[in-house]
Design a protein around this ligand. Structure first.
Ligand code: 5GP
Ligand code: ZN
Length: 115
């Protein structure tokens, strides 16, 4: 599986950086964001290192669909019972800070710190 030893999220997948896990399977990992904007804020990532949404290929379509399916499955279980926001930041103009594809799932009762 594609792995970048210098990537923070690859280190989380490998377990060398700890995280608060929400979900894991062979392909995907979900964990709580270290700096949450809202009562619920977790990230869904592919375990393989894909830098951003600008780097996906057609072969990734089922994995990308599963990321969205998982967002709506996990959000209410994590406490987002009245809706949630999903965000994928892509590239520098898109505000992406970590270069490993991730889907933010943000929700819970307002007010939020951000967003
Ligand atoms: P981006 O701006 O790239 O879309 O979002 C990156 C997100 O990753 C930020 O919300 C940031 O708080 C989160 N993050 C960065 N480093 C870590 C980390 O080591 N652990 C966890 N759990 N989240 C992180
Ligand atoms: Zn990575």
């Amino acid at each position: 599986m594609n792995h970048d030893p210098n990537c923070v999220f690859c280190k989380i997948v490998a377990g060398s950086i700890p995280s608060r896990k929400v979900y894991e399977d062979d392909e995907l990992l979900a964990f709580h964001d270290i700096a949450p904007w809202a009562p619920v804020h977790f990230l869904i990532i592919p375990k393989q290192h894909i830098m951003s949404l600008a780097d996906v290929r057609i072969e990734h379509q089922s994995m990308l669909g599963k990321m969205l399916w998982l967002a709506q499955d996990l959000a209410p279980k994590q406490g987002a019972r009245n809706g949630f926001r999903t965000i994928i930041n892509t590239g520098s103009d898109g505000g992406q800070e970590v270069g490993h594809l991730h889907l933010h799932v943000i929700g819970g009762p307002r007010p939020w710190a951000k967003g």
